[in-house]
Design a protein around this ligand. Structure first.
Ligand SMILES: [Zn+2]
Length: 417
C-alpha cells in the first residue's frame, strides 16, 4: 500500500534547528543531559506540540512520554515511533532527536492531510537513552521492556551523587503510568547511523536488521598516593600506570577480534589528579561491542585475565565490575519489510546493515515487533557537537519512516480482526 503523502522537509528542519537551542552549545551542538532543566524544557515543548495536534500525552513512572493519535480502529494496538531527546554533554543536533522530531513531523503531515490511519499512532520519547548522566544507557526503554525495574532506575546516581529518582521528581516528569502499561503493537525508530558506512557507499537509507551486542565494565585501580619528587620509582604503587597498561590491553583485545570488535575506554578519573602526587586511585569504564555474543564472551575472559594478572602482581588492587550488557538483537521481519518497501517506493538508495550503537529499539524488540531506519551523518561523526546530517537526509529519513508506518498500518488492516 503506497501513499502520496509527503512530509514537509523545511518544517522538519526548522523544528530540529529550533529545539537545538534548548541546551545549545557555542560550537553548534546540544548539551541536554537527561532529567536536567533543559531536558524538562524540550519535554514541555514536545508535549505542547503533540497536544496541539490533538494527541493525548501520557508519562510513565520513569518519564517515558507517549503521545497517542487515535486511528480509525480503537481495537488495533498503536504503531509507535520512538527515539530520544536527551544528548551527550557535548552532543549533536540529530542523535535521537531526528527520530522524535521525524515522528512529530509525520503526525503533523497526517494531521494536515486529515489522514486517518487504521491503528492509532504513538510518538514516544524514551528517557535517558544516552546513559551519560545515569548509567546504564537506554534506561527508560529498558524499564519499559522489563530489563530493569523502577527501583533500579531510581537508584542510579550521577557523578555528583544525584539519583535518577531525585532528578525525575525535580523536573516534574514522574508520571502516573506504570512502566510497560502503555502498550503498542510495533515500533519504528529513525536514527542517524553514527558510523561512516552509508556516506561511504553513497546510500541514503540504512535498513537496520539488528544491533550488535554490548558490554560495559567499570574498573578501579588502587595504589598509594606519594610525593612525585621523593618517592623512588621502584617503590611506587602508581594506579594510573596500572590503568594505562590495562587500557592498552583493552585496545589489543578489540584488535584481536578484528574487524567487527570494538573496545573503548571513554571515561577516566584520576585521584588526587595533582601534578606532584603519584596517583593513588583510578576509575575508568570499558565498552566492548561485537555482533556475536560468543565473541564478547571471549573478549570478556581476556579482560578479566588482564585484571586478575595485574592484581596478582600485588602492587595494585584492581576491582572490576560488569555494569551492563545488551545481547545482540535481530529486528522483526515484518517491520523490516515495511521499511524496505517504503525506501523502494520513495526511490532512495538503501542497504541492509547492523547497528554499531545501542538504541532504545534494541530493548523494545524484546516486547514488540521493531525495526530501525538509518540515515547518514557526515564523516560518521556522532556524540560530537559537529555531528551533521543534511537537510535532504533528514527529510529522506522522515519520508521513509512515514511510508513504513503507513505500509505496516495498511497490512495490519488486511488481517482479519
Ligand atoms: Zn541515540
Amino acid at each position: 500500500m503506497t501513499s502520496n503523502l509527503r512530509i514537509d522537509a523545511q518544517r522538519l528542519w526548522d523544528s530540529l534547528m529550533d529545539t537545538a537551542r534548548i541546551g545549545g552549545t557555542p560550537k553548534g551542538g546540544v548539551s541536554r543531559l537527561t532529567l536536567t532543566e533543559t531536558d524538562r524544557q524540550v519535554r514541555d515543548w514536545l508535549k505542547r506540540e503533540c497536544e496541539r495536534l490533538g494527541c493525548t500525552v501520557t508519562v510513565d513512572e520513569v518519564g517515558n512520554m507517549f503521545a497517542l493519535r487515535p486511528g480509525r480502529r480503537a481495537d488495533l494496538p498503536p504503531i509507535a515511533i520512538g527515539s530520544h531527546l536527551d544528548t551527550q554533554p557535548t552532543g549533536g543536533k540529530f542523535d535521537g532527536i531526528l527520530g522524535v522530531l521525524g515522528g512529530l513531523e509525520i503526525l503533523k503531515t497526517l494531521h494536515d492531510a486529515g489522514y486517518e490511519t487504521n491503528a492509532p499512532l504513538m510518538l514516544v520519547n524514551w528517557t535517558n537513552e544516552e546513559g551519560s548522566r545515569f548509567a546504564p544507557a537506554m534506561l527508560g526503554s529498558g524499564v519499559y521492556a522489563g530489563v530493569f525495574d523502577r527501583a533500579y532506575a531510581d537508584s542510579r546516581a550521577d557523578r555528583q551523587g544525584v539519583t535518577f529518582g531525585e532528578a525525575i521528581e525535580a523536573i516534574g516528569y514522574r508520571g502516573d503510568a506504570k512502566a510497560g502499561s502503555v502498550t503498542f503493537g510495533a515500533m519504528f525508530e529513525l536514527h542517524i547511523e553514527q558510523g561512516p558506512i552509508l556516506e561511504q557507499e553513497e546510500k541514503v537509507v540504512g535498513i537496520v536488521e539488528g544491533v550488535q551486542g554490548m558490554r560495559w565494565y567499570e574498573i578501579s585501580v588502587t595504589g598509594r598516593e606519594a610525593h612525585t619528587g621523593s618517592t623512588p620509582m621502584p617503590m611506587r604503587r602508581d594506579a594510573l600506570v596500572g590503568a594505562a597498561r590495562l587500557i592498552d590491553r583493552i585496545e589489543a583485545i578489540a584488535l584481536e577480534h578484528a574487524p567487527s570488535a570494538v573496545g573503548s575506554v571513554g571515561l577516566i578519573e584520576v585521584q588526587p589528579n595533582s601534578r606532584n602526587v603519584v596517583p593513588g586511585h583510578v576509575f575508568f569504564t570499558v565498552d566492548f561491542r561485537h555482533p556475536e555474543d560468543g565473541v564478547l564472551d571471549a573478549m570478556e575472559q581476556k579482560l578479566m585475565a588482564a585484571v586478575d594478572g595485574m592484581a596478582a602482581q600485588g602492587a595494585l588492587a584492581v576491582e572490576s565490575r560488569k555494569v551492563w550488557e545488551s545481547p545482540a538483537v535481530r529486528f522483526d521481519a515484518g517491520c523490516l519489510a515495511s521499511v524496505r518497501r517504503s525506501a523502494q517506493a520513495a526511490g532512495f538508495p538503501a542497504r541492509l546493515m547492523i547497528s554499531g550503537a545501542g538504541h532504545d529499539a534494541a530493548y523494545i524488540a524484546r516486547v514488540a515487533p521493531t525495526a530501525m531506519i538509518f540515515v547518514p551523518c557526515a564523516g560518521g561523526l556522532s556524540h560530537n557537537e559537529e555531528e551533521s546530517t543534511s537537510f535532504s537526509e533528514c527529510a529522506a529519513g522522515a519520508q521513509v519512516l512515514l511510508g513504513a508506518v503507513l505500509d505496516y498500518d495498511g497490512r495490519g488492516a488486511e488481517r482479519p480482526s
